[in-house]
Design a protein around this ligand. Sequence first.
Ligand code: ATP
Ligand code: ZN
Length: 283
Amino acid sequence: MLRIAIQAKGRLSEQSIALLDEAGIVFDDSKRKFLSQSNSFPAELLFLRDDDIPQAVAMGVADLGIVGYNEVLERGQQVDIVDRLGFGACRISLAIPKGENYPGLFYFRGKRIATSYPNILGGFLKEHGISAEISVIAGSVEIAPTVGMSDAIFDIVSSGGTLVSNGLVEVEKVVFSEAVLIAGKKLTDEKRKILEQIKFRFNAVKDSRGKKYLLMNVPNEKLEDAIRIVPAMRSPTILPLAQSGWSSLHTVVDADVLWDKIEQLKEIGAEGILVLSVEKMVI
Ligand code: ATP
Ligand code: ZN
């Protein structure tokens, strides 16, 4: 039995549960307390605030955790980063009021910077030889300059919309983050085995994301052109159709080039093109 800590409520909770679910590690949501056991996999979930997850894993209260890399970095706890999970992307950036001249990092000398990430910011400033005052604020960091609490901020940015609406401009991107899977350093062999299983399943889910399964009928003389348009993992599957002179071609493509490929395939005479979702992919 392995205990996995995830964010109880917030930006990472839903996607953490969805990833586990797609990996066949299913939890009964209706009975959601602070601990919840899976009936499909030897694991239980511990619901915590994201800030507490790195420590819970470092202490062995949980064996694994799903949390933003930004929190792992800020907390400085001794944990292993096992995998990047491909969601919760954001960055932590320095931002200053719009209209200010920004000559470079030395702008921050002697300034007061509001943040919820004092350790990351402190390390960054030190590394660049800048001495500034760090003012720790737990929430709504972006309003600090407007209300006169600071000259600048160091905060999470994803689309940048919040900065703009608070009259701020991002001037330095310091850390790029996404949700990561973390593990304690002292897992037993039995737990490591379950961890390997989870990693394998997570990768199959991640690899299938953004992929589409494509099947179509192609005149035999156009098969080579079709394969040039949609090369597959190894090579596309080609099956003869009952009607002579035609084949069925099956392959997997990236969703972002799907329409492009379909148009090219139609041009060379492909017909009956079907697009299906890919649920898992084991490469
Ligand atoms: P908790 O109550 O668990 O302490 P929180 O308010 O600290 O929650 P959330 O706002 O739910 O945290 O964000 C959780 C994580 O989501 C962040 O630590 C970060 O890794 C990621 N994230 C992605 N995009 C954003 C964003 N635009 N703003 C804040 N966090 C983001
Ligand atoms: Zn938090």
